[in-house]
Write a protein that binds this ligand. Structure first.
Ligand code: PHE
Length: 328
């Protein structure tokens, strides 16, 4: 009997050119199938004398198990390479991870900021964790002012030295101390108060404006705010300046706008910077005057978008937020 010594080599050669499972099974049956040379040789063993039978059977079995091993490994590697190509369908639609959009409050903040930037205000970012000095003292708040009380303000320590700022007016002091005067700045950011109902939240957003120069006047303050409100709502607004009180401005006013059936609504506070505030920042009130204003951004956003409950902005309800179509 002739034992074909090159069977392994031939099988390896054929397998190296196999591209898919159909071809694999063809090659496998050619080498190990019923009509393969190997099976035929096993069949012819029975005609051999006993001694030869044992000898050749041993040799054939060794070849057979080697071939089986080769085919097994080839099949495994065919399976893994098949998976990456055969299962890849380039025509399937992609997975949509849903790019986010801007939150309506961010959109309104940007709208306000860019208006003032175009009017040559620098944008200044203040800190939300503040000391009593910048939030109250430097702004001329007397020791017994109600805003300083525990039930209005989130204090961070027992001595009440540090707190979450209650307004963005702290940036007036930081900006004047850092950049000196003359100065024109707008500072948007979050503020915190112990307050919560359908028009108030413990955290909300304000934008502070401050102009200090040699001829800032109440007339210019009025013009600035009326122009801004007309621009913001894209129509002539009815605006009312109502006398008010803030420790850091004198005179002070609250600004209301007439809004359809809702009537007069307060949208911001403003006034001429109090001389004590200027002096505290090293500014001579005989040479410089200033005006300041602070607006509630959620309030403006509610009017702009017609939202009735301020809490909707922060309830993380995507169905609500998607309505604004605030894509980037
Ligand atoms: N800080 C005041 C408030 O939060 C608003 C304000 C800002 C008033 C600037 C006058 C000047 O109510």
């Amino acid at each position: 009997m002739q034992i074909p010594k090159d069977l392994i080599e031939k099988a390896n050669d054929k397998l190296s050119r196999v591209a898919n499972s159909a071809e694999f099974y063809q090659v496998r049956s050619a080498f190990l199938g019923k009509s393969s040379q190997l099976t035929q040789l096993f069949g012819s063993l029975r005609d051999l004398p006993k001694e030869d039978k044992i000898k050749f059977a041993k040799e054939l079995n060794a070849i057979k198990s080697e071939l089986e091993g080769i085919f097994e490994r080839a099949f495994d590697s065919l399976g893994s390479s098949n998976q990456s190509s055969a299962n890849l369908d380039l025509t399937l639609p992609g997975i949509d991870h849903g790019l986010g959009t801007l939150h309506p409050i961010s959109v309104i903040t940007q709208k306000i900021t860019s208006y003032f930037e175009q009017n040559h205000y620098s944008v200044f970012f203040g800190n939300e964790i503040e000391s009593d000095f910048f939030n109250f003292e430097a702004l001329n708040f007397p020791a017994n002012h109600p805003a300083r009380q525990m039930h209005d303000t989130f204090y961070l320590d027992d001595e009440q030295k540090y707190l979450m700022r209650t307004h963005t007016s702290n940036t007036q002091i930081h900006a004047m101390m850092k950049y000196g005067v003359p100065l024109k700045m707008l500072s948007p950011g979050r503020v915190y108060r112990c307050d919560s109902d359908n028009t108030h939240l413990p955290m909300f957003t304000q934008a502070e404006g401050l102009v200090v120069d040699q001829n800032a006047s109440f007339g210019k303050l009025k013009g600035t705010l009326i122009n801004f409100l007309n621009h913001f709502f894209d129509q002539e607004m009815e605006v009312r300046f109502r006398p008010s009180y803030f420790p850091f401005t004198e005179p002070s006013a609250e600004v209301d706008i007439r809004f359809g059936k809702k009537g007069w609504l307060e949208v911001l506070g403003c006034g001429m910077v109090h001389p004590n505030v200027l002096i505290g920042c090293g500014v001579d009130p005989n040479q410089f005057t200033g005006f300041a204003f602070g607006m509630g951004i959620e309030r403006l956003a509610m009017l702009y978008y017609g939202v009735e409950d301020i809490r909707d902005f922060y309830s993380s309800n995507l169905e609500f937020l998607k309505q604004f179509n605030t894509s980037l």
